[in-house]
Ligand binder design. Sequence first.
Ligand code: SF4
Ligand code: SF4
Length: 182
Amino acid sequence: MTDQDKKGFVPGLLKGMGTTARAMTKHAHTQEYPDVSPRLPPRSRGVIALEESNCTSCMLCARECPDWCIYIDSHKETVPPTTEGGRERKENVLDRFAIDFSLCMYCGICIEVCPFDALFWSPEFEYAETDIRDLLHEKDRLGQWMATVPAPPALDQGAPTSPQPSHVGGSTEPPETEQPAP
Ligand code: SF4
Ligand code: SF4
């Protein structure tokens, strides 16, 4: 070691020890998964859950999925009229609904476009498989994820609680809005 090297060694050592001491007093951002479960935000994109009773087999999600990884089969059934003298109706019955999570890129488009609130994000992410074919979740498994879907956040203060605002479907009057105080 030359004299020049010796001069730089001690300040460098002290600087390094100072950095170590500072790091030891700071809160660690790493978590020791899987021994410690991660604290994920409730709206994390873990897996997609299906509320089968809401699905009308409209195929919108399957058509909009950029990865073509949603598979839907359905058939039509005739439903008797609900009122006397009414007409019979045709109704879609869901035979198959599956998502292949080995292809899914978790973009959330299917959930956004579903007009009937049949798809939801669950933060559950521990469904890795040793066989890639097992990442194809059929509707029974997608339905089981519903139990892990967090409750929706509370409505904003003053938001209407009715799912169908009074001005929809009849009255042409605009909805009442709260006027700001003068
Ligand atoms: S999250 Fe995106 S890629 Fe995955 S199934 Fe939905 S639309 Fe397809
Ligand atoms: S999940 Fe929604 S968008 Fe997809 S087929 Fe069912 S109702 Fe239609």
